[in-house]
Design a protein around this ligand. Structure first.
Ligand SMILES: [Zn+2]
Length: 202
C-alpha cells in the first residue's frame, strides 16, 4: 500500500522511508540513546516509551523529504510540494497523518508531520472527512454497535458497512458475515474490534 501511494503521488526519490517496524528492543535502544543525546524533554516529546510505540505494531512509517541530512527522530516532511501531495493521496491507500497539530491532548504525542499510520481504507477517508484522530474515530465507531444500527456509506463507487463489536472478558463473540462479502476485522486496541464490510460496487 505504501508503495502504491508513493507511486500515485509520483514521489520518486524525493521521499524516503526513515523508520518502519521496530522491535521492543529497538524502541528501547532508540529511547535510551535519545535520552543520552537529546535529553529528557525532547525524548518524552518525540520518542514513545518502549512498548508504547506505534512502530512496534508494524503499522506506522516515518517518511522524510530526501535531503542530505535526514533527522532520524524528527525527519523533515513539510506541508508543501511532493510531501503534501503524498499526504493527500495516501489517504486513498489507507494512511493517515497520525499526530496532527492541535490534537496533542487527544493523541498525547506532539505534532509529527512525518509519521503516518496505516488504518485501512475506508477508515482513512472517513477520518479525513470528519477530521478525527484515531482516538476520536475509535470512540465514534462505538455509536454503531454490532447489535445496533451499522454505519453505512458509499465511497469511490463502493458501499461500506462498519460496526463495532465490544469484547467482554471471557465471553466468546460470534459475528456473522454475509455470504460473498469482502470483510476485515481489526482490533481497536482498546476494548473490542471493528468489522468492515466491502459491499458490491454501486
Ligand atoms: Zn513515527
Amino acid at each position: 500500500m505504501l508503495t502504491q501511494a508513493m507511486t500515485v503521488a509520483n514521489c520518486g526519490n524525493y521521499i524516503v522511508p526513515v523508520s518502519g517496524y521496530r522491535t521492543g528492543k529497538e524502541q528501547h535502544d532508540l529511547y535510551t540513546d535519545s535520552l543520552r543525546e537529546n535529553g529528557t524533554e525532547f525524548t518524552q516529546k518525540f520518542v514513545a516509551l518502549p512498548g508504547c510505540s506505534e512502530h512496534q505494531t508494524g503499522l506506522a512509517i516515518d517518511l522524510a523529504e530526501n535531503t542530505p541530512d535526514i533527522d532520524f527522530i524528527c525527519p523533515h516532511f513539510p506541508y508543501t510540494g511532493i510531501c503534501q501531495i503524498f499526504r493527500e493521496k495516501s489517504v486513498r491507500y489507507g494512511f493517515i497523518e497520525r499526530y496532527p497539530a492541535g490534537c496533542e491532548q487527544l493523541t498525547h504525542i506532539a505534532q509529527e508531520p512525518w509519521h503516518f499510520r496505516y488504518v485501512g481504507y475506508s477508515h482513512s477517508e472517513l477520518m479525513r472527512e470528519k477530521q478525527l484522530t484515531l482516538e476520536e474515530y475509535t470512540d465514534y465507531l462505538k455509536r454503531f454497535p454490532y447489535n445496533g444500527i451499522h454505519l453505512q456509506f458509499q465511497l469511490a463507487k463502493r458501499s461500506f458497512e462498519i460496526c463495532y463489536v465490544p469484547v467482554l472478558s471471557d465471553k466468546l463473540v460470534h459475528v456473522e458475515i454475509p455470504d460473498k462479502t469482502l470483510y476485515q476485522i481489526s482490533g481497536n486496541n482498546v476494548d473490542g474490534f471493528v468489522v468492515t464490510l466491502w459491499r458490491n460496487p454501486v
